[in-house]
Write a protein that binds this ligand. Structure first.
Ligand SMILES: Cc1cc2nc3c(=O)[nH]c(=O)nc-3n(C[C@H](O)[C@H](O)[C@H](O)COP(=O)(O)O)c2cc1C
Length: 353
C-alpha cells in the first residue's frame, strides 16, 4: 500500500505535467458569460485594490493554488517552491492529500511549507473516504503538523471508480464531514476534484454547518482522465467513457449564488478573466492547480511566477475595464449570460432542493 501511494503521486505529477489530461468536449462555461465593458472607468490602474480577506489573511489577489501534492521528495520540493511563491505574491496555497503522512510518517516533511510560507493561508487536505476511517484527534494531528489554516475534505467518486484499486464505498461521507466540521477548531472546506459540486450537494453540506465549498468543476483537468491513462483494459475504457463527466465550474459557482456559503471557484480556471468572472458570479476566490505545476516543471520557479503574476495582472485589468475599484465592486460588475448558460442554470435550479 505504502509503495502504491508513492508511485501514484509520482504518476499524477508526471501525467499532469506531460500528458493531455484536460477535458475534451466539456468547457467550464466561463465563455458563456461576458462583461459589459465600461468605456469610462474613471480609475487609475495603480489604485485598483485587488486584495481580499480569505481564511483570516489578506490576499493580494483572490487566487488560491488548490491542493496538489506531497508524499515524495520531489513532491516536497514542488510544495516548497509553490508555497514560497504564494507567500511572495500574497496568494493562498493548498497541500495535496495528507493521507500519506498517516501511512508513511517518514515522508511527513514533504508537506512542511510553513518555513517558506509563514503568513498566507495554507489549506490541509484529506479525502472523505480516508477521513471517515480516522479519528478527529488523528486528523487534528495532521493539520497541526503542517500549520494548516483549514482542512479541505475532497470528494472524488468519479476518479475512484476508474482508479485501479480505487475505493468504491462512499457511504458515511456526509456524516464524516459533519463530524469533522463540528469537532475541528479549523474551518472545513468541502472540495471536489474536477467534477463539480451541485447546489443540491452543497445544500446537504451547508446543513451540517460547513461554510466553505470549493466547487472544483468540469472544464479543466479531468481526474477521470488521469486515472484512465493509468488504468488498462476495462478501467481504461470506462475512463474514456467518463472523461468529460462533471458539472461545469461556472454553472456550479452560479448555482451557489444564494446559498450563503463561501465559494472557491476552481476547475479549469486558466486566466485572470476566468477568476474575475467567477467572483462576479459569487465566488470569494478562484483556484487553479495543473497550470501551475506544469509551469514549475517546464519553466522553473520563474515560469510559475510569471504565470501567477499574469493572473494577478489580468484580474486587475478586468477590474479596471469593469470600473471596479475593489473586489466588492467586482462582485457586482455586470455580466451578460448567453441563452445557453441561462438555460442550464435554470435547469440546475430545478434540481437544487
Ligand atoms: C498533480 C495534481 C495533484 C492533485 N492532487 C490533489 C489532492 O491530493 N487532493 C485534492 O483535493 N485535489 C488534488 N488535485 C486536484 C486539484 O486541486 C483541482 O481540484 C483539479 O485539478 C482541477 O483544477 P485544475 O483544472 O486547475 O487543474 C490535484 C491536481 C493536480 C494537478
Amino acid at each position: 500500500m505504502g509503495t502504491d501511494i508513492v508511485q501514484r503521486k509520482t504518476d499524477h505529477i508526471d501525467l499532469c505535467a506531460g500528458a493531455d489530461v484536460q477535458f475534451h468536449n466539456q468547457t467550464t462555461f466561463f465563455e458563456e458569460v461576458w462583461y459589459v465593458h465600461n468605456a469610462l472607468p474613471e480609475l487609475c490602474f495603480s489604485d485598483i485594490d485587488s486584495t481580499v480577506d480569505f481564511l483570516g489573511s489578506k490576499l493580494a489577489a483572490p487566487i488560491l493554488m488548490t491542493g496538489m501534492t506531497g508524499g515524495t521528495e520531489r513532491a516536497g520540493e514542488i510544495n516548497r517552491e509553490l508555497a514560497g511563491l504564494a507567500q511572495e505574491l500574497g496568494l493562498a496555497f493548498g497541500l495535496g492529500s495528507q493521507r500519506v503522512m498517516a501511512e508513511k510518517p517518514e515522508l511527513a516533511h514533504t508537506f512542511n511549507v510553513r518555513e517558506v510560507a509563514p503568513d498566507i493561508p495554507v489549506l490541509g487536505n484529506l479525502g472523505v473516504v480516508q477521513a471517515r476511517g480516522m479519528t478527529t484527534a488523528a486528523v487534528t494531528e495532521l493539520l497541526e503538523a503542517v500549520g494548516a489554516s483549514a482542512l479541505c475534505i475532497h470528494l472524488n467518486p468519479a476518479m475512484e471508480m476508474v482508479q485501479p484499486g480505487g475505493d468504491v464505498d462512499f457511504q458515511g461521507g456526509l456524516e464524516t464531514i459533519a463530524r469533522l466540521n463540528n469537532e475541528l477548531t479549523l474551518p472545513v472546506v468541502v472540495k471536489e476534484t474536477g467534477t463539480g459540486i451541485s447546489p443540491a450537494v452543497a445544500k446537504l453540506v451547508a446543513a451540517q454547518g460547513v461554510h466553505w465549498i470549493d466547487v472544483s468543476g468540469a472544464g479543466g483537468t479531468t481526474w477521470v482522465g488521469v486515472e484512465a491513462l493509468r488504468a488498462s483494459g476495462r478501467d481504461a475504457e470506462i475512463g474514456q467513457l467518463f472523461w468529460d463527466w462533471g458539472l461545469p465550474t461556472a454553472l456550479a459557482v452560479d448555482g451557489l449564488r444564494d446559498a450563503g456559503l463561501g465559494v472557491i471557484a476552481s476547475g479549469g480556471m486558466r486566466t485572470g478573466l476566468d477568476i474575475a468572472k467567477a467572483i462576479s458570479l459569487g465566488a470569494t476566490v478562484g483556484g487553479l492547480a495543473q497550470p501551475v505545476i506544469k509551469a514549475l516543471i517546464e519553466r522553473g520557479r520563474d515560469g510559475a511566477r510569471q504565470l501567477l503574476e499574469q493572473l494577478i495582472r489580468t484580474v486587475r485589468i478586468t477590474m479596471l475595464l469593469t470600473g471596479s475599484k475593489d473586489v466588492a465592486r467586482l462582485r457586482n460588475a455586470p455580466l451578460l449570460r448567453s441563452p445557453r448558460f441561462e438555460h442550464y442554470a435554470r435547469q440546475l435550479e430545478r434540481f437544487s432542493s
